[in-house]
Design a protein. Sequence first.
Length: 121
Amino acid sequence: MKLNLSEMKLMEIIWDKEPVRSGELVRLSEQKLGWKKSTMYTVLKHLTEKSAANNSEGVVTALVKRNEQMNAQSENILERSFNGSLPLFLTAFFNDKKLSPAEAKELKELIDRYTEANDDI
């Protein structure tokens, strides 16, 4: 599911607070995002039309899980910007950056975990 930046910002609040009453969501979006009531309801309408959120009887819940949406967005960025190449993405990301030993260790452990799970490598 493709969500724009405004939709993702509102979804972050929904994920953190669900189930949340729509009036509370108005207050939170004003406090955290500086949005007016009409802006929040417009973005919420888009989310419900995309089946990302549900607004039933004034209670808002997410219909998509945060980790599923993050995975989809990450894959979309990887495909769109780096032709699906994780090494190209990492090269661009680490350009002129140094990793701490702890960060390097954590990344190595992640690679090992996912490499072991894939018999094709």
